[in-house]
Design a protein around this ligand. Structure first.
Ligand SMILES: NC(=O)c1ccc[n+]([C@@H]2O[C@H](COP(=O)([O-])OP(=O)(O)OC[C@H]3O[C@@H](n4cnc5c(N)ncnc54)[C@H](OP(=O)(O)O)[C@@H]3O)[C@@H](O)[C@H]2O)c1
Length: 283
């Protein structure tokens, strides 16, 4: 039987890999779980393999960063997405009860119904605007009866394959014309900062639901305009409404971050600072 402080599930993903980098730097004992290149290489759909990991090891804190995040995939293959995004959390919640670890689930800003120009507080109304949001809302329900749990509703981006920032940065650099939404607001944090604060919050006496994002929100169009200014490159774009997408998306996903600010006794960074932080990763 091995003992670890942390288990990071989905350790090869954008957020998971950034969490692992910080844990390594800070010398915490941790194990990783992913399809490959991790301590426990499994397909999470195989629940028996998951149970085996927990039978043979002890963890104090488990952070689940694994999910199907492709909104079109979730819409088309709902049962497959539900298995990883929701049913797997039911299993983790059962294991948390049995083995007494703190379970941290990475949720999303996409669970909020949203009101125009308003930031969503943790008790704002939830609404499953699409199947992805539905799977994430269902997942949260499995945790709420636990003694030791955290649900982090967040939005982040950064250097990584297929990320929003990567797409934006490359197209601005090439001078390629892109579509940008003028009616979708988010409080997108740089992934490094997001990972750092998730670890901080898990390590203290914390429980319940926390929003984690920048202090203010921007539309996708404003985000791109601000990035192009910092890059001193011209932005070529067609302004579009998010309504053009086949699968509906939330529009007013800004996060009210006062609860986490109070808990961690800090001021969250601005959206522009988060953009500058993302850019630093490319220089
Ligand atoms: N990125 C965002 O903007 C954003 C915003 C809000 C919330 N979130 C939430 O944050 C969390 C992390 O997101 P992310 O952007 O880091 O996503 P990501 O880069 O796609 O990472 C998710 C990881 O989960 C793994 N995974 C999925 N199904 C699996 C399976 N059956 N077995 C083993 N591994 C599996 C994926 O591996 P494969 O690629 O091999 O499938 C991937 O490495 C998710 O819960 C997401 O809902 C993300």
């Amino acid at each position: 039987m091995e003992n670890y402080k942390f288990l990071i599930i989905g350790s090869n993903g954008l957020l998971g890999s950034n969490i692992v980098k910080i844990l390594k730097k800070k010398n915490y004992t941790y194990a990783t779980c992913a399809r490959s290149n991790s301590n426990f290489n499994i397909d999470l759909k195989n629940f028996n393999s998951v149970k085996k990991i927990f039978n043979n090891n002890n963890f104090e804190i488990v952070i689940n960063c694994a999910a199907k995040v492709d909104i079109n995939f979730c819409e088309k293959y709902y049962p497959k997405a539900k298995k990883i995004n929701s049913d797997f959390l039911k299993l983790l919640a059962q294991l948390s009860k049995k083995k007494n670890f703190k379970l941290t689930q990475i949720s999303t800003d996409h669970v909020y119904k949203g009101q125009k120009l308003k930031l969503n507080s943790e008790n704002a109304k939830l609404f499953a605007i699409n199947k992805y949001a539905k799977t994430k809302i269902l997942a949260e329900r499995h945790l709420k009866k636990l003694k030791k749990y955290l649900i982090i509703r967040t939005n982040f981006t950064g250097k990584g394959k297929n990320s929003f920032f990567d797409w934006l940065y490359k197209n601005i650099k090439k001078g390629k014309k892109i579509n940008l939404f003028y009616d979708m607001y988010t409080s997108s944090l740089n992934v490094k900062k997001c990972a750092e604060l998730i670890i901080k919050l898990t390590l203290i006496n914390s429980k319940g639901i926390y929003n984690l994002g920048t202090k203010n929100m921007l539309t996708k169009k404003e985000y791109a305009e601000n990035l192009s200014k910092i890059m001193q490159k011209k932005l070529l774009f067609t302004p579009s409404s998010v309504d053009i997408l086949k699968v509906p998306r939330g529009k007013n996903l800004g996060l009210d971050v006062r609860k986490i600010e109070k808990k961690l006794n800090l001021n969250m960074i601005s959206a522009n600072k988060a953009i500058a932080n993302c850019l630093k990763e490319y220089l």
